[in-house]
Design a protein around this ligand. Structure first.
Ligand code: ADP
Ligand code: MG
Length: 563
């Protein structure tokens, strides 16, 4: 064992930086930090290759803070990150590590927010600029000198930046920074495109490679389930009944899929929201904050929108749609098991995706065991367990407050204690299925889902293709069958208006005065949304909702005729 202050104190960093780092609870530098910090401090260019969760941010942030001249109020360090979320996260990390260095100013520069305040913040003396390449180029077009004082350049997640098509922007940015700069590049992978950038723009770079990706992956319990593409949402709903999670992130491939799954989860009473590239920036930040502080428990995200997202509460990652490559699989599941915590990752695999599963297993060097969907008995057991634990604290004290009432009710009703308790249970559980036959009726086992491999038929392949359709296709799709007594209503507000299912649900619950289970499925499409409402009393309800506004716009809900 090294001494307590060992690691960080031995790194030749300014004591104010070390103190701030220790105050955040870090004890030892991670491997990438241990190796990169001395190289960057010594002024070398560097290429760092390491997986998600290895601590790359501090690996460049700490030595850069050490080098900043706080008395000079001009941009000295530029960090490029692929997405707004990641840029914000890196900027926040810098602020944390600089807590005991008065005079350090950090500005985050990204699209989706007004340019003026960003430019003013840069000119007003920010020494550290954290930016996405696209927006930074917009600034360069307004002021080509804005980066002329930069001495340190970091490319964070360089492979992602190239995947997102930022190659040309990077070239423009390289040209706008003095050639005497020090350049550091971090990337999880080093494809030839990255190596070629390094050859052209870095000077005799030192290489640091951290291969211990097992470090992040071992704390995570991984499993996969075979499902048909059109059965993913029911499969997720069933898994959620039995998984004991704190916060969960579900990954899907398309924006539409984030909305569909989030709406299905909300309809079941989960605190869920979608996170995708179409959602306005301030709304996205709110979603992440809500997940952090427990106002949300589930976020359904695309890879790009969830990039770098770091929420310690996340215990589960559901890969509802297959990632595009093994690297993104590792990135995704790295969202859980943060900072050494245990995590669980589930991967839904459709019959045609089996080969990708094998590739993932080969690249990560780990077997991803096959799990089965919980059967009705397991769902029932989980529900009863939840009911039991919700009642446990009441059993200890409710008799004192409600015991007399109970006696009076059994007397008035002339019934047994068991009969009254049963009636109260039915009322309290609100129609939830709590016996085996009822759970089985509610969750009929879909043929093929969770069945052994041999039982799968061609049907699955067709189902999957319909899932691949573009948005136009999906919008034209046949409407879903309606439950008895429900009708569909339509509003012209949709995802493009910044609407999520929960906004609609909230507005209708609040202003319509309906019980939550009176509202059926909510489908948010790009340019409109559909809500299932009770036919009984519909006219009255629509009148009540006449002036309701959602996201600042009139809801104007109308009955939707399907024919
Ligand atoms: P990467 O960029 O490699 O994915 P991050 O820099 O985002 O990783 O760090 C991942 C998580 O680990 C963050 O929550 C960060 O606060 C934490 N972390 C980083 N370095 C240390 C350390 N030395 N000790 C403990 N936690 C750390
Ligand atoms: Mg990072």
């Amino acid at each position: 064992m090294t001494q307590e202050t060992g690691g960080f104190a031995a790194l030749d960093l300014n004591p104010n930086i070390v103190a701030a780092v220790l105050a955040t609870g870090y004890e030892e530098p991670s491997a990438i930090q241990q190796q990169s910090i001395p190289i960057i401090l010594a002024g070398h260019d560097m290429i760092g290759q390491a997986q998600t969760g290895t601590g790359k941010t501090a690996a460049f942030a700490l030595p850069i803070l050490n080098k900043i001249d706080v008395s000079k109020r001009e941009p000295q360090a530029l960090i490029l990150a692929p997405t707004r979320e990641l840029a914000l996260q890196v900027a926040t990390a810098f602020e944390t590590y600089a807590k005991q260095m008065p005079g350090v100013n950090v500005v985050a520069v990204y699209g989706g927010a007004p340019m003026g305040p960003q430019l003013r913040a840069i000119r007003n003396g920010a020494q550290i600029v954290v930016a996405t390449p696209g927006r930074l180029c917009d600034h360069l077009r307004r002021d080509e000198k804005v980066l002329s004082t930069v001495q340190y350049l970091v490319l964070d997640e360089a492979d992602e930046m190239l995947k997102l098509g930022f190659m040309d922007d990077l070239e423009v940015i390289f040209d706008a920074i003095p050639a005497t700069r020090q350049t550091v590049l971090f990337s999880a992978t080093l494809p030839s495109s990255i190596r070629s950038i390094a050859e052209r723009h870095l000077r005799e770079p030192k290489h640091v490679k951290i291969q211990s990706k097992t470090q992040t992956v071992t704390a995570i319990d991984q499993a996969h389930l075979m499902v048909h593409a059109d059965q993913k949402i029911p499969a997720v709903l069933r898994l959620l009944e039995v998984e004991e999670f704190d916060a969960l992130i579900a990954f899907v491939r398309t924006k539409q899929a984030t909305l569909d799954l989030a709406a299905a989860l909300e309809a079941k009473g989960y605190k869920a929201a979608a996170l995708n590239g179409d959602i306005a920036q301030n709304q996205r930040e709110r979603v992440i904050e809500s997940l952090k502080d427990g106002r949300l428990d589930i976020v359904v995200a695309t890879d790009v929108a969830a990039r770098g997202l770091d929420v310690p509460r996340i215990t589960h990652v559901f890969n509802v749609d297959m990632p595009y490559d093994p690297e993104s699989y590792v990135h995704r599941i790295g969202r859980t098991g943060r900072a050494g915590r245990d995590g669980r990752a589930l991967l839904l695999v459709t019959p045609r995706e089996r080969r990708m599963l094998q590739v993932i297993e080969r690249v990560t060097g780990q077997k991803v065991a096959e799990a089965r969907l919980p059967n009705a008995q397991a769902v029932l057991d989980a529900r009863i367990k939840k009911l039991t634990s919700s009642l446990a604290p009441l059993v200890a004290e409710a008799e004192a407050t409600h015991g007399e009432l109970f006696d009076r009710l059994t007397a008035d009703l002339g019934c047994s204690a068991r009969a009254l308790a049963s009636a109260l249970l039915r009322k309290a559980t609100n129609g939830q299925a709590l016996d085996l036959a009822a759970v089985e009726r509610e969750q009929p086992l879909v043929p093929g889902v969770g069945a052994p491999r041999g039982e799968r038929t061609e049907r699955s392949d067709r189902g999957e293709r319909s899932d691949r359709g573009d948005r136009g296709d999906r919008e034209r799709r046949a409407p879903l069958p309606l439950a008895e007594g429900r009708v569909r209503c339509r509003t012209a507000l949709g995802a493009r208006d910044g609407i999520a299912a929960k906004n609609l649900l909230g507005a209708i619950l609040n202003e319509g005065g309906l019980a939550r289970d009176a509202i059926g499925r909510i489908q948010v499409r790009d340019s409109f949304s559909l809500v299932e409402l009770p036919e009984d009393g519909l006219e009255k309800l629509l009148t009540k909702l006449k002036d309701t506004r959602v996201a600042g716009k009139q809801l104007k809900l109308r009955r939707y005729r399907e024919d």
